[in-house]
Design a protein around this ligand. Structure first.
Ligand code: 5AD
Ligand code: SF4
Length: 444
C-alpha cells in the first residue's frame, strides 16, 4: 500500500491546489494518512508570500530529516517549489520531488519517476495549458467548493513574489467554469468560491468573451447555488458592474475583499499598484452607495521601503474613513526577484512592528463598533460546524462574518442529525471584535 501525507500553507488557491493533488494521488492508488510519521510520501504545499511562510517549510523539512532514506520520501510543492526550484535539493537534500502549481496535472508522471528510483524529480514549467482540468479534485468540504477561474498574475506589484511563483495570467473558458459550477450544484454544493490571484481581470478566452462581472452574475443564477464568493480582487480592475451584479442577485455574497495595501498615493506609486488613493476611494464609494450592505475587507502592508510616518498616518486615516469590516495587516517582507528588494530606505523591524500594532489597535476599535451595530438584526447563516468547547453552532453570514449561535431545540449534533450545511436565520444578540453571537430563529 502506498501512503501519503500532505500539509498545506498559504492562501485559498493553495488549499484548492492541495485538493487537486489529493484527488490525483488517490486516483493513482495512494492512500491518505493523517500524520507524516505514517506516510511513505510526505508532501508540503508551500507559500512564499512572506519570508516567514517560506521559512516554515524548511523548518518542517528539518523535523523529519532523520527519517529520510528509511523508505520515506519528501516532496515540496507550490510557491516555494516554483521560486526555489532545484536549489531546494541543496537546502534540504532529503527532498526528492519539487513541483510548482502549474505541474499538478503532470503528477502521475512525476510519481512514476519517484517510484522507479529517481531522487531528483522536478516539475517546474509554468507554460501549461491544462492546469484547469482537474477531474480528480477531492474537496475537503461537502457544502462549499472552490473553483479556479484564472491562474497567475500579470501585475507587477513591487513587493510581490506571486508573478514569479504562479506565472502569467491564464483565464479558463466560461463554459468550463459553468460546467464545473453546475456539476457541483448537482452534487449538493450550495456555496461556491471563484478563485484567482486577480479574479477581476478574468477574461473568457472563448468567443463569448465574458468579463468577470458577467461570469459572476451567471454563476449566481445556477439552480441550487445559494452563495457565490470570490477572491482576490485588484482595485485597478474592479469595475462598477461587479457592484451592480451583487446588487441584482442575493446569491452573490455581499462581501468584497479589496486589498488597498497603503492609503498613501506616493507609496502606492512605488508599490506599482496602478491606482491612487482617490481612485481606490471611488470604488469604496460604489460599494457604500449600493442597495445591499456590502462588507468591505482589505490587506495592508506596513513598513514598505520609504514609507514615512506621514504616509503611514494616511493609511490609518483611510482605514478609519472606510471602516473595514476586517483587515489583514502585514509587515513588509523582502522577497527574492521583486523590484522593491532594490529600493533604498528599508524600514527597521521595530518600526514596522510599531506601525503594525497602532493600526491593529485602531482596526480593533472599528470592528468592535461595527459589529455592535449588528446586534438586534436577523442574519441568514450557512452553518459550518459545531464548537464543542462553547456548545455553539458556527455560522457564516453572506458578509463572511462568523456568527455563532445556540438553538434550544437542537442544542448539539445528535445521531445522524446536524445543522452543518444548512441555512438558517439567527438573531444577533452579542458582538465582539471578531465575531457575533446569537440565537437561532424558529424557521424550520
Ligand atoms: N510583504 C508583506 N506582505 C506582503 N503581501 C504580499 N507580498 C508581501 C510582502 N512582500 C501581502 C499583501 C497581499 C497579501 C496576500 O499579502 O497585502 O495582499
Ligand atoms: Fe502564498 Fe501567494 Fe503562493 Fe498563495 S499564491 S500560496 S499566498 S505565495
Amino acid at each position: 500500500m502506498k501512503t501519503f501525507y500532505i500539509e498545506t500553507f498559504g492562501c485559498q488557491m493553495n488549499a484548492h491546489d492541495s485538493e487537486k493533488v489529493v484527488g490525483t494521488l488517490l486516483a493513482e492508488g495512494y492512500t491518505q494518512v493523517d500524520t507524516p510519521e505514517a506516510a511513505q510520501l510526505v508532501l508540503y504545499n508551500t507559500c512564499s508570500i512572506r519570508d516567514k511562510a517560506e521559512q516554515k517549510v524548511f523548518h518542517r523539512l528539518q523535523q523529519f530529516k532523520r527519517e529520510a532514506g528509511h523508505g520515506k520520501l519528501f516532496g515540496v510543492l507550490g510557491c516555494v517549489a516554483q521560486q526555489e526550484g532545484e536549489r531546494i535539493f541543496e537546502r534540504a537534500p532529503h527532498v526528492s520531488l519539487v513541483a510548482g502549481s502549474a505541474s499538478y496535472t503532470k503528477l502521475p508522471e512525476l510519481l512514476v519517476q519517484l517510484e522507479t528510483g529517481n531522487r531528483r524529480v522536478t516539475g517546474l514549467s509554468l507554460d501549461t495549458e491544462a492546469t484547469f482540468d482537474t477531474p480528480y479534485t477531492r474537496r475537503d468540504n461537502p457544502h462549499r467548493a472552490y473553483i479556479t477561474i484564472i491562474e497567475g498574475c500579470d501585475k507587477s506589484c513591487a513587493y510581490c513574489v506571486v508573478p514569479f511563483t504562479r506565472g502569467p495570467e491564464r483565464s479558463r473558458t466560461s463554459e468550463s467554469v459553468m460546467r464545473e459550477a453546475r456539476s457541483l450544484a448537482e452534487l449538493g454544493y450550495t456555496e461556491i468560491q471563484l478563485l484567482g490571484q486577480n479574479v477581476n481581470s478574468y477574461r473568457d478566452p472563448s468567443p463569448e468573451a465574458w468579463d468577470f462581472a458577467t461570469l459572476l452574475a451567471k454563476t449566481g443564477e445556477i439552480p441550487g447555488i445559494r452563495r457565490v464568493r470570490f477572491t482576490t480582487s485588484h482595485p485597478r480592475d474592479f469595475v462598477k458592474a461587479i457592484v451592480d451584479a451583487i446588487d441584482a442577485n442575493p446569491a452573490l455574497c455581499n462581501h468584497v475583499h479589496l486589498p488597498v495595501q497603503s492609503g498613501s498615493t506616493e507609496v502606492l506609486r512605488r508599490m506599482q499598484r496602478l491606482y491612487t488613493r482617490d481612485e481606490y476611494m471611488r470604488r469604496i464609494e460604489w460599494m457604500k452607495k449600493a442597495k445591499r450592505d456590502i462588507a468591505i475587507t482589505t490587506d495592508i502592508i506596513v513598513g514598505f521601503p520609504g514609507e514615512t510616518e506621514d504616509d503611514f498616518q494616511k493609511t490609518v486615516r483611510m482605514c478609519e474613513e472606510v471602516e473595514y469590516e476586517s483587515m489583514f495587516i502585514f509587515k513588509y517582507s523582502k522577497r527574492p526577484n521583486t523590484p522593491a528588494l532594490q529600493y533604498q530606505d528599508h524600514i527597521p523591524e521595530e518600526e514596522k512592528t510599531r506601525r503594525f500594532l497602532i493600526l491593529q489597535e485602531r482596526q480593533r476599535a472599528i470592528q468592535i463598533r461595527r459589529n455592535a451595530s449588528y446586534v438586534g438584526r436577523t442574519e441568514e447563516v450557512h452553518v459550518e460546524g459545531f464548537n464543542v468547547a462553547t456548545q455553539q453552532w458556527i455560522g457564516r453570514t453572506s458578509q463572511h462574518k462568523t456568527l455563532n449561535f445556540t438553538d434550544a431545540d437542537f442544542p448539539t449534533p445528535s445521531e445522524g442529525r446536524t445543522l452543518v450545511g444548512q441555512y438558517t436565520d439567527v438573531l444577533v444578540k452579542r458582538s465582539g471584535p471578531n465575531s457575533l453571537a446569537g440565537e437561532r430563529m424558529e424557521n424550520r
